[in-house]
Design a protein around this ligand. Structure first.
Ligand code: PFF
Length: 448
């Protein structure tokens, strides 16, 4: 069709049913599962944290995921337009825009980290990664150089290209290829990690809860991460929802995406913790965990260069399919707002996002010193603002909208009365309170 946005019907592109499930899993499974999740699990309580994360994901994450899908499919617009269409009130456009801005900011630094994983995949396969044993030093000098910009550009080019190709011949097509590939790699690496001698200690750190390690803080971090991991609060699922077929069961899709994400987090933990423990490394060391600890571990393993290379390819694929869903959020908005074609909107938005990401790329490792405010680098600010402030705010907006301001939810969600009432109860009373607490905690209003 000449214009894929119809003035009355909104978005006219559609996913196939299977393609949508893969694309939504592709969105949720990403750096969150393999880069953030392991180090925060290390920092906030190990197995007990994983249990909390699982609970948050099931009882809060899934209902909100369903809400975003229903709003997207009924609204058939960008994250801002769908809210306006369904409520008939312009003010919701502004609220929706918060998420769109958040998605743009997340992508600006997410692409930088995605770029690191590509660099590491290359280094590992070529054996260069293992030519010295100073992995911390290597990571430091890499992120302190200008090379991350080159990889960030590669990520933004690939992401922009896939989004430019459209919903079925871009987003759906590449997820159909990449997600099964991801599953194969994941299983291969999990078998490798679990058969290492002494893997048991890592497994029990990850799966045998010690509740004395938990704090109130762990619970809020777990909930925030459940949202990040399911791609909620940023309009990503809402935007994908706009392309979902009428016939698709949203309840089943929610279950499929939720279990896919959880299973992936489980397998990621079963790769990372045994590997970390067998080689005597520190699981709570922070963002460097997968880039510093794991190369050390791979170097000491038979065929380590191959397993290491595969691990970073896995990470790069997971990151790319998430980046695609994040870019689609502002792209949908730009197309509506300026009436541009998909390709132009994708190229423009991706380029702008690359520019905004540059200070992140050069501040995190200190290539250009001094890009920091109040003790946080530009990179840390982007991560903090988008993941910890805008994301819970966006989540709050969705729950309040679905719970109080949208009458059509019952029909669109397609749930039986019993499930619908439970869902509505979560949207009205439980999710807003807990997500509100996450927001207040990160905004510094409440402290522990
Ligand atoms: N869910 C992705 C991950 O876990 O890496 C990150 C993400 C994607 C966050 C899409 C937000 C978003 F809108």
């Amino acid at each position: 069709s000449a214009s894929a946005i119809d003035p009355k019907q909104g978005m006219t592109e559609r996913f196939s049913q299977y393609g949508f499930i893969l694309a939504a899993i592709g969105s949720s499974v990403g750096l969150g599962n393999m880069w953030k999740f392991p180090y925060i699990t290390g920092q906030y309580g190990g197995a007990a944290f994983f249990l909390l994360f699982t609970i948050c994901l099931i009882i809060i994450g899934l209902p909100v995921l369903l809400a975003e899908l229903a709003i997207g499919r009924a609204g058939r617009g960008s994250a801002s337009t769908s809210l306006v269409r369904l409520s008939g009130k312009k003010i919701w456009g502004g609220f929706g825009f918060i998420s769109i801005a958040g998605a743009f900011i997340i992508l600006s630094y997410y692409a930088v980290v995605a770029g690191w994983t590509m660099h590491y995949a290359f280094l590992s396969f070529s054996g260069q990664l293992f030519s010295s044993s100073d992995y911390g030093g290597h990571f430091g000098s890499f992120i302190g150089s200008y090379w991350p910009i080159v990889w960030q550009a590669v990520v933004m080019l690939l992401t922009g290209w896939i989004v430019a190709r459209g919903v079925s011949s871009g987003i759906e097509k590449y997820n159909r290829i990449l997600i099964p590939g991801l599953v194969v790699l994941l299983i291969l690496l999990a078998v490798r990690a679990l058969t290492l001698e002494g893997a048991g200690e890592g497994v029990s750190f990850f799966l045998q809860p010690d509740f004395s390690k938990l704090t109130a803080e762990s619970a809020l971090v777990a909930l925030g991460h459940a949202f990040f991991s399911l791609s909620l609060g940023m309009g990503a699922i809402m935007t994908y929802g706009a392309y979902v077929d009428r016939k698709q069961s949203l309840g089943k899709a929610t279950l499929a995406v939720g279990s896919g994400d959880l299973l992936y987090a489980l397998l990621a933990g079963l790769i990372i913790f045994p590997t970390t423990f067998v080689f005597g490394l520190e699981p709570a060391q922070g963002p460097g965990l997968v880039f510093v600890a794991l190369p050390a571990a791979f170097s000491a393993m038979p065929l380590g260069a191959w397993f290491g290379g595969l691990f970073f390819v896995l990470l790069a694929i997971a990151a790319l399919t998430s980046a695609v869903s994040i870019l689609e959020v502002p792209v949908a908005w730009v197309r509506e707002k300026f009436g541009w074609g998909r390709a132009g909107a994708a190229a423009f938005t991706a380029f702008l996002c690359f520019l905004v990401g540059l200070p992140s790329a050069v501040s995190v490792g200190g290539a250009v010193p001094g890009i920091e405010f109040m003790g946080k680098t530009f990179f840390d600010w982007m991560d903090f603002l988008s993941s910890n402030i805008i994301l819970p705010l966006g989540g709050l907006i969705v729950t309040l909208f679905a719970g109080y301001f949208w009458k059509g939810a019952a029909k669109e969600a397609g749930l039986s009365t019993w499930w619908f009432n439970l869902w509505l109860f979560m949207m009205r009373w439980v999710a807003p309170v807990l997500v509100g607490l996450v927001f207040l905690y990160y905004a510094g209003v409440i402290r522990f």
